[in-house]
Design a protein around this ligand. Structure first.
Ligand code: C5P
Length: 268
């Protein structure tokens, strides 16, 4: 019997780097939501483990133990065939492999947070709006937060997260301000986010200058309420008031930059 799971894109609406641990990992304070665009996985139990990859971003995805999906399966005790439909660009700051691994853990009813597989796996396993602290393992649900309309744009450059952290000079930045974060309207959330940052935006722009062009294009959209980079990039997002605004903004960007990956979406 085959069953299915969804691995949503992870979007960091704010990402503050507040320190660095002795082991090199950075302390973060981040607001994370999840898109209704993502990868899909299909599972069938079998005697041996096997992964096949399809979809627009299948190229270069390993089908052996190097794939986090394989490692998550071992952790959760699943053995069988997994077909992974890769709809999300990789090395893109939107979770990719972490969200795929988290989908395996959720699907298998794994009780732990999966932090051993990567710093982003716990938040991806929760898969709904969270404040994320520590190096990614301290999670506080942002319950009652409204869904947000957004456009995601990736300019097609893969970015290695460690390179961006290496380019970050100031590592002890202020935490996210505003407590409690109990907002009920999109306007309140956007106003709160205006005062926050992604501390990796500048270092990522130094690694991949095209990110500046993406942010400029998003900020120029008349529908844009806030434009920012997610994670360590290069994907950026713009928040919009309505699904129609997001759809028409996505059309504008896609027409101007046909080589970019552009998706209107809902974040929750
Ligand atoms: O944990 P994960 O393998 O996803 O992290 C990839 C890389 O990103 C780490 O090797 C580290 O260089 C960097 N990182 C970090 N601090 C975090 C998360 C990731 O320095 N909190």
């Amino acid at each position: 019997m085959t069953s299915e799971a969804f691995a949503p894109a992870k979007i960091n609406l704010a990402l503050h780097v507040t320190g660095q641990r002795g082991d090199g990992y950075h302390l973060l304070d981040s607001i994370v939501m999840f898109a209704d665009v993502g990868d899909r996985l299909w599972f069938s139990s079998a005697k041996d483990m096997a992964i096949s990859v399809t979809g627009p971003f299948a190229d270069g995805v390993p089908v052996d133990r190097r794939n986090l999906v394989w490692q998550a399966s071992e952790l959760a005790g699943f053995c069988g065939t997994i077909r992974l439909e890769k709809n999300l660009p990789h090395g893109a700051g939107i979770g990719g492999g972490s969200s795929d691994a988290a989908a395996v853990l959720r699907h298998c009813g794994y009780a732990g947070d999966g932090a051993a597989l990567g710093a982003d796996v716990p938040v991806c396993k929760a898969a709904k709006a969270q404040r994320m602290q520590g190096i990614g393992e301290v999670l506080t649900p942002l319950s009652g937060w409204p869904a947000l309309h957004a456009v995601l744009v990736n300019p097609g450059v893969e970015i290695a997260t460690p390179d961006v952290f290496k380019a970050l000079t100031q590592k002890d930045n202020p935490e996210i301000s505003a407590d409690p974060m109990d907002f009920s309207t999109a306007e309140e959330v956007v106003a709160f986010l205006q005062d926050q940052r992604n501390d990796l935006e500048a270092p990522a722009q130094s690694v991949a200058p095209v990110i500046t062009s993406v942010l400029t294009a998003l900020k120029a959209l008349p529908q844009c309420r806030l434009a920012r980079m997610s994670g360590s990039g290069a994907t950026c997002f713009a928040l919009m008031d309505t699904a129609q605004d997001a759809a028409s903004a996505a059309q504008t960007i896609a027409a101007a930059r046909p080589e970019w990956w552009v998706r209107p979406c809902v974040l929750s």
